[in-house]
Design a protein. Structure first.
Lengths: 405, 405
């Protein structure tokens, strides 16, 4: 199950970024589970990574390599997260990087590894190494969709987004892919996101861009509140478009940032719409908060509540459950008499009590839709934040109960 | 579904406390949904209530009445929580108290109301008032089991516990009942718990006893992390046993407190074992923490993780999910190399990595049991805390998706 049609639209190639796909048989034979991204010399690369303290070996290696060399290759496998694997996990991750570096003729540090899949099992290095030549042989700029398929795990469909924007007469492309369906509550990044542009951007600027775009996209989605050990989001800028190097504060920078955020938000929302067992796509918007922190506290409390999520699954306008979550969300000095809540366009709570004009039919009409807005106004300030989430369905339980079988 | 046989054992009457049960048809006709507890003159009463800011009207009324008079009657209805009902909810709650007071010939403030059920719908006052005479007519000290049945909502079985203890040659009885199956993450109390003793205890001492006993029982359980709007736990001391008034610091006090905590913990654990859709009863014990707060932070993160809970439902020893939760639980300065984790008697994580002697068979053997211990040692201090929870099953989703239909 998934919400919406999952339509991706045209994926424009990014000059300077080639993608190669192969079947390594990491977990199951015959499935595309290995993706190599080749980055042209002269490109800049920036990224954000999970804040889970038990971060996976590839996250540690990728951060280390990124600090020591300019990346030339991204190596992504599914089927095994190489997480909770201790020092042997580090050795295994480095061996994969070294094998790719040898084929490509670059230094090992120029390869960044990314893994996603089961936690706590040894990475099958030989299977990955044996499949590298096949992936290198089909490197091509036109393979974004195949790469989006190649990084899927429990995802039911590929996730990708591409936009073009004119910067001072120079046509710039931004194209990206993402994956993730469960263990989704990113903290700095998503499960995996890879975005490339042919714009010319220096590394510090690129790092700011990826951090800020992630903060308002991947860091605002949750399926089940479980932050992964392997989250990573990378942004590559090849400079092949020939634009003047982007500088913060310019009109071109602002225009680019808007386009980039659009791609990031599309990729993040695609993860939620394909959330494990999802039948609803839900925006939880909290306005009138004292600050961003308060707004997010209430928004996440609602987005994580099993009772709200099962009511959404049942299309049941059980507004009392939403109200109860606001009450337990832990805000200090919250004046309940100032709280207003809407389900879509139907006001369900007015000044802290049941809205006088609310009828069950109004709530039901909203709940019957696939895409639902829960809007809480706290009446305490001016901060507004949104997070995006799913319902909690029978299929979420089935998928996660059967995950390793 | 529920874990264990739910066997209650003998329920000793508490001299001075009578229970009356009736069918008011609050939500469905024919079901026992009204319980009256009559408290002998000269008794003391103390209680703890939900910290949910959107607390229900009966909670507000009960706290107010408790401060203004000595309670003589507790009035409990199921089927409707009278929560999120604004000022009319307050009026309705008071009307029920006044009606009972008129029959009983006491002041309205001597009646404490308790409601549990659907949030946000008007309390059917007339149905309740009409059933009061029937409940008053069958008041009897021997009706604890019938009362336990009378306060059930989605509970699959009644919950009660009774112990007797000798204090300086005087036989003291403590008997209690509880209810709750979903929206369980009490914060100061449980959904509903009523415990009575025939010991003589003054009110301040009784208040200390109920607060401390709740803290380590009802405040340590969670089914779904959703704190109810109606949580309340009351402790009545009739003094009919004729013991010397209990004084803190005496041996008799300590002996009584141990017995009382046993009753509270039994009632709290019974709620978890009967948690909505529960197929497993799980203790999450965190030791080696810097302080109680850190221990509870990690314990609740594990107990609330949908991924850990679905793995428990599947009897899948997916220890990587437990490890990932410890990593994202938000402790500062956690040294991962000091972390050890056991599943029952099987050590799964040793010094921050997969335990060398661990085998999947060991983990599977533990997971196949109905009652499971997850023990995390943080290696950072001496604090130890336990919380009790359930798995997340298909039936949890079914029950909560169908709740109002």
């Amino acid at each position: 199950m998934a919400v919406g049609d999952g339509n991706i639209g045209t994926l424009y190639p990014v000059s300077g970024l080639k993608l190669g796909i192969a079947s390594a048989g990491v977990k199951k034979p015959g499935r595309k589970d290995l993706v190599v991204m080749s980055i042209a010399q002269g490109s800049t690369v920036a990224g954000v990574f999970t804040k889970n303290l038990f971060c996976a070996a590839p996250v540690t290696i990728a951060k280390d390599h990124l600090a020591r060399a300019t990346p030339r290759y991204l190596l992504i496998n599914t089927g095994n997260a190489n997480a909770g694997t201790g020092s042997s996990g580090m050795v295994n991750g480095e061996r994969c990087c070294a094998a790719l570096a040898q084929i490509a003729g670059c230094e090992t540090e120029a390869v960044l590894p990314f893994s996603t899949g089961v936690i706590g099992e040894p990475l099958p290095v030989d299977k990955i190494v044996n499949a590298l030549p096949a992936a290198m042989e089909n490197l091509d700029e036109g393979q974004w969709l195949a790469a989006a398929e190649g990084i899927m795990t429990t995802d039911s469909r590929p996730k990708a987004c591409s936009v073009q924007v004119d910067l001072d007469g120079c046509l710039i492309t931004i194209t990206g892919i993402s994956k993730g369906a469960g263990m989704i509550c990113p903290n700095m990044a998503t499960m995996l996101g890879f975005v490339a542009t042919d714009a010319a951007i220096d590394t510090p600027t690129l790092q700011n861009l990826v951090r800020q775009a992630s903060e308002h996209s991947f860091n605002r989605i949750t399926v089940d509140g479980d932050t992964s050990t392997n989250d990573a989001c990378m942004l590559v800028a090849t400079g092949a478009a020939g634009n003047e190097r982007l500088l913060e504060g310019t009109a071109a920078y602002s225009k680019f940032e808007v386009a980039l955020r659009k791609v990031f938000l599309s990729l993040a929302q695609a993860i939620v719409k394909d959330g494990e067992g999802a039948t609803k796509f839900v925006e939880v918007r909290v306005s009138g908060a004292r600050d961003e922190k308060d707004a997010l506290k209430v928004a996440y409390a609602i987005a994580h509540s099993p009772l709200v999520k099962t009511a959404l699954f049942a299309s049941d306008p059980n507004w009392g459950r939403i109200l109860a979550v606001v009450g337990r969300s832990g805000l200090e000095n919250l004046d309940l008499n100032q709280v207003n809540i809407w389900l879509g366009s139907a006001q369900i709570v007015e000044d802290g009590g049941r809205a006088s004009a609310y009828s069950e039919e109004q709530g039901q009409a909203v709940m019957n839709q696939d895409e639902i807005l829960i809007h809480v106004d706290l009446g305490a300030g001016t901060a507004v934040e949104s997070v995006w989430t799913t319902d909690l369905s029978h299929d979420y339980v089935r998928i996660n109960a059967e995950y390793r079988t």
